[in-house]
Design a protein around this ligand. Structure first.
Ligand code: PEP
Ligand code: MG
Length: 758
C-alpha cells in the first residue's frame, strides 16, 4: 500500500505537543507508539527499552498488543527479530513472520494475527537505547520506503525516549557532591580578545559548577502543604513553557526542545511523586524537593555517559525553579539575567540557554575568536570576551564586572572613574548604532567600482539583521548550527522547514547554503567525535558527510526542496573543506542523485543547482585551475585557510599571536585563488573573518576580489572603508604586500594604508 510519507515524519511541533499533553513518562511513550501507529497505518507499534544491568529488552509501551505485555515481555539481544535488529543495529523486515524460524512468538499478548513485521534499533549516536517495532495483519505490508521513514522517526525520538527511560529507572536516593570554594582576589583589569562585540555591565556569575549548596541546607521554612508543592511544580512548568515559547519566537530554528528535558521532569510522576510521597510522611515540602533533587543529581552525576551526566544541571535547574515558587524567593527565574557569566568552557547549546536567560555578557576562558561559540554569541548579540586567565574563576560571585567587548577589555570591581568612562562610551556606541540606517544599498569604491557585501548567517535571526544592514544576499549560511544545538540529527523535514523560511525571507536573492561542516570545534552532543586525537585533522566537514551519505543526502534533499520555485532561484550549494578533485566529484554526485530521486518522485525542487566549494585547505592550491573549471563558484574560508596553512589551531588562545591573516603565504595563496577564478570565470568571494576587517579590504580588492560575505553587523565599517578606496592605490598596495617576506614589513604597510584611507 502506498502511504503519504510527506505527512509521516514527525515535526518538532508535534514532538513538543507530546511533551505538553503528557502527564507521566509511561504516558509519553504510549503517546509516541500511538502517534507512530497512526502515521504508519500499522496495527501494532511497540517500544522495547534495553536494560544493561539485565542485558534485556523489555516492552515499555505498545499500541495493538495487550497492555499486559508491558514490562512482561523480555528478549535478550539477538533473540527473535526485535533482538536481532537491536543486536546488529539494523532494520529487520519480514512480510510473513509465520515462515521465519528467527521469529519469537509470545503467546497471550495478542500477537498471533500479525503477519508483517518491521523492527529498527533506537540509537542516540553510538548509545543503544532499545528497539521499536511495527506489525500489520496484512502480509508483505511494509515497504523499503517505510523502513527509511520509520528509521527517521525513531532517530528523531531517540533522545526523548532515552530521557524517559532514564527517568523511569531513577529511584535510588544518594547524596554526594562537593561544593566549589571561591577565593578572594585582587584582579582589576584584563585585556582579552573580542569574541562578539558589545558592552556589558553586571554582576559575575559562574556556569562551570552550579552549586548544590542550596539543596543541602534543610532548615525548615514557613508551614507549607502538599497543595503548595503541587502549585509550585505547576508554576515552574508554566515558566519553562513560557521560556520555551519565548525562545521559539526569537530563535525559530534552534529553540525546539531546549527546555524539553526539564519540562519532562516536571511531568514525571516518579520525580514529583517522590517529593509528594515525602510530604505525605510529614517531611516539609522544601526539604522534600531538596532531598529528591539531590538523589537525582547524584544518580546522573555517576553515569558513564557524558550526555547523561550533563542532565544533572537540568535537575538542579528544575529543583531551583520549584523551590523558587515554593518559597517566593526569586532565585531561579532571573538567576542569570543581567549577569556577566564567566565560564571555563561552553557548548553552543549552553550559549543558547544563556541567551534565553538574558545574560548581559560572557567571559570565556578557552577557545579562539573564530570558534563557533563566539560565532553563535555574535548571532545572539551577547558580548563575549575570550581570555586565557584561569584566575578569573576565583573572582567572588556577584562582583561587578564591566565588559567592553569591542576592545576585549574586562574591568573587575571597577572604581567610579572607570564606570563613568564606560557609561560615556556606551552612549557613543548607542549613537554609532544608529549609523546602520546610513548603510547604502550599493557598495562602491571611491572611483565607482562595484563591490558586493553579503551576509554570513548562522541562525535565522541573522537574516533580519542582514536585512537591517542592507546585505545583498547570504554569502554563507552555516547550516551546522541547527545540527549543533539539537540533541539529535534534525530530520529532513525539520531542515526543510528552516531552509525554506530562509529562502522565503531572502526573496530570490542569492543564498549560499554551505553543507554540514561539523567536527573540529563544532561538536554534536549526540555523535561520538571524542576518540580523535586531532579532531581538526579528523573526520570533519565534507569528510563526515561523505562518510555518512544518508545524513548528507537528507540535507541536500532538504536544500533542493527549499529552493523550489522562483523564490529559490538564488540558492547555491557549497561544499566545505574540499581537499581534492575526488571529494568534489563525490559530493557533486550525491547532489545529482538527489535531484534525480526528487524528480522521479515528482517532488518540487531546484533541478539545476549551482554548486561551488569553499577554499580552505592548502592542498587545493596546486590544482586550483582545474577546480576553477569545475566549480561554478569559490568562497574562500580564510579562518580555516589560515589555520591549515600556518598549522595554528584557530581555537587555541595560546597560539593566537601566530594566527596571522597577513602572513605572506596566506596573502600569496589568496592571490593564487583570485587569479585562477578570474581566468576561468568562476565566481569568487571571501567569507572568512578577513572579510570583516577593514584593514584587509585594500589588499583583497587590489587582487581582484569583488564579493565578501561577513557578519552583517560589520557592513557599515567595511562599506565606509571601501568607499574611501581608490582602485589604483589598492592594486599598488596589493602588489607591494605580495613582494614582502617579513611580517613586520607587511604590518607596517597595512598600517600605512589604514591611516591613508582614514
Ligand atoms: C572559514 O573557515 O573561514 C569559514 C568561513 O568557515 P567556518 O568559520 O565556519 O569554518
Ligand atoms: Mg571553515
Amino acid at each position: 500500500m502506498k502511504r503519504d510519507h510527506s505527512k509521516l515524519i514527525c515535526d518538532i511541533g508535534e514532538l513538543t505537543a507530546l511533551f505538553t499533553d503528557t502527564s507521566n513518562l509511561d504516558g509519553l511513550l504510549q503517546n509516541i507508539v500511538e502517534m507512530i501507529a497512526l502515521h504508519m497505518e500499522a496495527d501494532v507499534c511497540s517500544i522495547y527499552l534495553f536494560y544493561e544491568d539485565r542485558d534485556e529488552l523489555v516492552i515499555r509501551a505498545t499500541k495493538g498488543l495487550l497492555p499486559s505485555s508491558i514490562g512482561r515481555v523480555t528478549l535478550k539481544p539477538g533473540e527473535g527479530l526485535t533482538g536481532l535488529a537491536f543486536k546488529e543495529l539494523r532494520p529487520v523486515i519480514d512480510g510473513d513472520v509465520a515462515q521465519n524460524p528467527h521469529y519469537k512468538h509470545f503467546s497471550g499478548i495478542g500477537e498471533e494475527k500479525y503477519a508483517s513485521f518491521l523492527a529498527v534499533p533506537i540509537l542516540r549516536g553510538q548509545t543503544r537505547i532499545g528497539a521499536m517495532t511495527l506489525q500489520s495483519k496484512k502480509k508483505n505490508y511494509f515497504t523499503p520506503e517505510d523502513v527509511n521513514v520509520f528509521r527517521a522517526i525513531t532517530s528523531q525520538l531517540a533522545t526523548t525516549i532515552e530521557m524517559a527511560k532514564l527517568l523511569i529507572s531513577l529511584d535510588t536516593p544518594q547524596r554526594t557532591e562537593t561544593v566549589p570554594v571561591v577565593k578572594d582576589l585582587s584582579l582589576k583589569f584584563i585585556k582579552g580578545r573580542v569574541g562578539a562585540q558589545g558592552f556589558a555591565d553586571g554582576k559575575s556569575a559562574f556556569v562551570t559548577a552550579p552549586s548544590l549548596e542550596m539543596f543541602k541546607a534543610s532548615a525548615l521554612e514557613a508551614p507549607m502543604t502538599l497543595e503548595d508543592l503541587r502549585a509550585a511544580a505547576a508554576s515552574a512548568e508554566k515558566d519553562l513553557e513560557a521560556m520555551q515559547g519565548q525562545i521559539e519566537a526569537k530563535l525559530f530554528d534552534v529553540a525546539a526542545l531546549i527546555f524539553a528535558a526539564q519540562i519532562m521532569m516536571l511531568k514525571d510522576k516518579a520525580f514529583i511523586g517522590a517529593m509528594e510521597e515525602r510530604v505525605r510522611t510529614g517531611v516539609h515540602p522544601v526539604t522534600a524537593v531538596k532531598d529528591v533533587v539531590q538523589a537525582y543529581v547524584a544518580r546522573f552525576a555517576s553515569m558513564s555517559n557524558d550526555f547523561m551526566r550533563e542532565k544533572k544541571y537540568d535537575v538542579m535547574d528544575v529543583g531551583r525553579r520549584v523551590l523558587d515558587h515554593l518559597t517566593g524567593v526569586s532565585y531561579a527565574a532571573g538567576q542569570l539575567a543581567g549577569k556577566v557569566v564567566i565560564a571555563q568552557e561552553l557548548l553552543p547549546s549552553e550559549v543558547l540557554k544563556l541567551s534565553s536567560q538574558n545574560v548581559a555578557g560572557i567571559i570565556l576562558l578557552s577557545g579562539g575568536v573564530t570558534s563557533h561559540v563566539a560565532v553563535l554569541a555574535r548571532s545572539l548579540d551577547i558580548p563575549l570576551v575570550i581570555t586565557d586567565t584561569p584566575s578569573l574563576l576565583d573572582v567572588p560571585a556577584d562582583t561587578r564586572i564591566l565588559i567592553d567587548a569591542d576592545l576585549g577589555n574586562i574591568f573587575i570591581d571597577p572604581d567610579k572613574d572607570v564606570v563613568a568612562r564606560f557609561a560615556e562610551k556606551e552612549q557613543l556606541r548607542a549613537k554609532a548604532g544608529e549609523t546602520r540606517l546610513l548603510v547604502r544599498p550599493q557598495t562602491l569604491t571611491q572611483d565607482g567600482t562595484r563591490v558586493h557585501l553579503m551576509a554570513n548567517i548562522n541562525l535565522l535571526g541573522d537574516a533580519a539583521v542582514a536585512e537591517d544592514y542592507a546585505a545583498e544576499g547570504v554569502g554563507l549560511y552555516r547550516t551546522e548550527f541547527p545540527f549543533i544545538v539539537r540533541s539529535d540529527f534534525p530530520a529532513e523535514e525539520e531542515q526543510y522547514v528552516i531552509y525554506r523560511r530562509l529562502v522565503e525571507m531572502m526573496k530570490g536573492r542569492e543564498v549560499t547554503f554551505r553543507t554540514l561542516d561539523i567536527g573540529g570545534d563544532k561538536i554534536l552532543s549526540y555523535y561520538d567525535h571524542s576518540k580523535e586525537a586531532n579532531p581538526f585533522l579528523g573526520l570533519r566537514s565534507i569528510r563526515f558527510s561523505l562518510r555518512h551519505k544518508d545524513i548528507f543526502a537528507q540535507q541536500i534533499r532538504a536544500i533542493l526542496r527549499a529552493a523550489a520555485g522562483d523564490v529559490g532561484r538564488g540558492v547555491r550549494i557549497m561544499f566545505p573543506m574540499i581537499s581534492s578533485m575526488d571529494e568534489w566529484l563525490e559530493a557533486r554526485a550525491v547532489v545529482t542523485d538527489c535531484v534525480a530521486e526528487l524528480k522521479a518522485n515528482q517532488i518540487p525542487c531546484q533541478d539545476v543547482p549551482t554548486l561551488g566549494m569553499m577554499i580552505e585547505l592548502p592542498s587545493v592550491l596546486p590544482m586550483i585551475d582545474a577546480l576553477a573549471m569545475e566549480a561554478k563558484f569559490f568562497s574562500i574560508g580564510t579562518n580555516d585557510l589560515i589555520q591549515y596553512t600556518l598549522a595554528v589551531d584557530r581555537t587555541n588562545e595560546k597560539v593566537a599571536d601566530l594566527y596571522t591573516p597577513h602572513h605572506p603565504s596566506v596573502l600569496r595563496a589568496l592571490k593564487q585563488v583570485a587569479d585562477a577564478a578570474g581566468r576561468h570565470g568562476c565566481d569568487l568571494s571571501v567569507c572568512g573573518d578577513m572579510a570583516h576587517e577593514p584593514k584587509y579590504m585594500p589588499f583583497l580588492i587590489g587582487i581582484g576580489i569583488r564579493k565578501f560575505s561577513l557578519d552583517a553587523r560589520y557592513i557599515p565599517k567595511v562599506q565606509s572603508r571601501i568607499a574611501a578606496l581608490d582602485m589604483q592605490q589598492a592594486a599598488a598596495h596589493a602588489g607591494e604586500l605580495l613582494n614582502m617576506l617579513r611580517l613586520k614589513d607587511i604590518e607596517a604597510a597595512l598600517q600605512k594604508m589604514g591611516s591613508d584611507g582614514e
